[in-house]
Design a protein around this ligand. Structure first.
Ligand SMILES: [Fe+2]
Length: 160
């Protein structure tokens, strides 16, 4: 056995979390998101990066308005499919990285539901190129809180 092999029995003792580890998002209401025809369930936010983790649902025939990822995003498709143009598309079980700095308008003719880890804010634009919204973890938290769908999230830093 190598020196780095893990063993079941050792002298390190397990600790105990102060709340349940598992949480069932089925019990959360869907919140309307910033783009028409899109909805989210907020699972967590990252107060250090401005990122957040969510389940995102997009109705059929929605083309996302052009948006800019300040932080990258990782997604795993749960239902449906989405993509960019005709040749770069992902269905159920697909994983994608939308890197920080990417600006795009993904399409989803049949609709899609995805698990998404967003590593930093994203920016949405008006037609004239001016900034319409900066979506970060705090913004997401406040949207979910208005819909009573954020009680499971613990905020470390409270700003008023
Ligand atoms: Fe995107």
């Amino acid at each position: 056995m190598s020196d780095t092999a893990l063993t079941i029995k050792n002298i390190v003792k397990s600790n105990t979390p102060d709340r349940p580890v598992f949480f069932n998002p089925e019990n959360l209401a869907w919140n309307e998101w910033v783009m028409p025809g899109t909805y989210f369930k907020l699972l967590n936010i990252n107060e250090l990066t401005g990122g957040f983790t969510m389940i995102l649902k997009v109705d059929p025939d929605i083309t996302a308005p052009v948006h800019h990822h300040i932080g990258g995003i990782e997604v795993y498709v749960i239902e449906g499919e989405f993509g960019y143009g005709d040749d770069d598309r992902g269905g159920v079980g697909s994983y994608a990285i939308e890197s920080g700095g990417s600006i795009h308008e993904p399409t989803s003719p049949g609709g899609v539901t995805m698990f998404a880890v967003v590593h930093g804010p994203l920016v949405g634009y008006h037609e004239d190129g001016s900034i319409a919204v900066v979506v970060d973890g705090r913004f997401m938290y406040e949207m979910a809180q208005k819909n009573n769908a954020a009680d499971h999230i613990t905020i470390v830093n409270t700003f008023k």
